[in-house]
Design a binder for this molecule. Structure first.
Ligand code: GLC
Length: 426
């Protein structure tokens, strides 16, 4: 057996806290939403029961309105801030009050395909949870029916301190009702983490939404940060395609038509965000009405969920190659060399294995298997050289942030597809 696959599996064992997997010990001691979806796809390669458990435990945190929160606090821990007392949410199991990219249904379809027809009884409740969540996205985060879903907090993007938020976040005050007691900088180098000022704004938003009692309509009116976001919307569309597929398999024709309606609207909306002069798709700041032109990885993620015209796909790939030129590890989350570029600071430059995973699938879908293969190999080499780090400095290749990271382990397994059942997974 490939020794790295063995190590990847050991990381998932070490990060298991009883049917769910923490992203890494201490720095992230709870269950995170999109981390768990990626981890479930890793488990799907060799342990379908455990893969189902991962998603089932995440759904324990689902709210009555359908939202699946970004963190489920199954057990207390004092190594993370902000904990449940800051979020002040009302769900039976303590959770955060915001969400994260909806990778869930993508994982569920893959899992169902490996588990086979006999797994239908186990897939169905998760399918229903996913459908409720997708309805929530369109109701709560696109009340005007634009087809693009909005984020009310940068953490909802999963790209916490991306330069994409700089302009919008600068409008958010640094005042907080809650004392900011950071724990993250006690675990990893502060130079690699978001800045203190960003943290105050992050917590200002939490206070503002807690004051709305976490009611989506009130939050929509009051939100000081509201971005119709391209990466999340593109992931929602891919997940929507997978959900529509499952609805078809289960003979849920009404659901399938409803989901197809969401998908059509979103497909058109994403296309309208294509900017030829940037060779990227862009998000829209719903408060200023401006395009978000910051050069980040998000603008390429629509490759994942659209069958693009060759002209657009080629332009995206040419741009991606220009960003990657001379780097040890692609794909940088910020365009190298621009003012915002910081190759070690979290989402302001580093390469992340799970982003690469999404881009690789998107490049394959859009007729660029060679570019996909190059990115796949570069990701695998980075991990084999540096270990299962949270992310990688694209210039030096150094593994940064937390170590023994669950989603990096899952990405490695998926990208090498070397585990025994891999051949059955598409
Ligand atoms: C950070 C990342 C986010 C991830 C979480 C747990 O907040 O920005 O994407 O889900 O850590 O790994």
């Amino acid at each position: 057996m490939n020794v790295h696959i063995d190590q990847a599996k050991q990381i998932l064992v070490a990060n298991d806290r009883g049917g769910y997997t923490v992203p890494t010990d201490r720095l992230y001691p709870f269950q995170w939403n999109w981390d768990s979806a990626f981890v479930a796809m890793g488990f799907a390669l060799y342990d379908t029961d455990r893969a189902y458990r991962e998603l089932e435990r995440l759904v324990e945190g689902q709210w009555a309105d359908g939202m699946i929160p970004h963190i489920v606090f199954h057990q207390p821990s004092d190594t993370y801030f902000p904990g449940p007392s800051v979020w002040r949410t009302k769900h039976a199991v303590p959770t955060s009050g915001i969400t994260q990219p909806p990778v869930f249904a993508i994982a569920l379809r893959k899992l169902h395909e490996v588990a086979g027809r006999q797994a239908e009884a186990r897939t169905l409740p998760l399918y229903e949870a996913a459908l409720k969540w997708h309805r929530w996205w369109y109701r709560a985060r696109d009340p005007e029916g634009s087809g693009l879903v909005a984020l009310l907090h940068p953490w909802e993007s999963g790209s916490d301190n991306s330069p994409a938020w700089d302009i919008a976040l600068a409008r958010v005050p640094t005042t907080t009702d809650t004392p900011v007691v950071r724990k993250d900088t006690g675990h990893v180098n502060a130079e690699m983490r978001p800045r203190d000022e960003d943290y105050k704004r992050f917590i200002h938003l939490v206070d503002a939404y807690a004051a709305c009692g976490w009611d989506p309509a009130k939050q929509w009116k009051k939100a000081p940060f509201k971005i119709a976001e391209i990466q999340t919307t593109a992931i929602l569309l891919k997940a929507g395609e997978d959900l529509e597929h499952l609805a078809g398999l289960f003979g849920r024709t009404e659901d399938a038509a409803e989901i197809a309606g969401f998908n059509d609207r979103t497909r058109k909306a994403i296309l309208s965000q294509w900017r030829p002069k940037l060779s990227r798709f862009v998000s829209r700041d719903l408060i200023s009405g401006d395009d978000v032109e910051a050069a980040t990885q998000a603008g390429f993620i629509p490759l994942l969920s659209l069958d693009l015209d060759a002209g657009i796909a080629d332009a995206l790939v040419t741009e991606m190659k220009a960003w990657s030129k001379g780097l040890k590890v692609a794909f940088p989350t910020t365009k190298p060399g621009i003012a915002a570029w910081e190759p070690k600071r979290y989402w302001r430059g580093p390469a992340w294995a799970i982003i690469n995973w999404l881009l690789i699938d998107g490049l394959k879908r859009n007729g660029h298997p060679d570019a996909a293969e190059e990115l796949r190999k570069s990701t695998i080499t980075a991990i084999e050289t540096e270990g299962f780090a949270e992310y990688f400095d694209p210039v030096t290749g150094e593994g940064c942030g937390g170590l023994g990271f669950s989603w990096t382990a899952a990405a490695y397994m998926w990208l090498t597809k070397a585990a025994s059942t891999a051949a059955r997974v598409q």
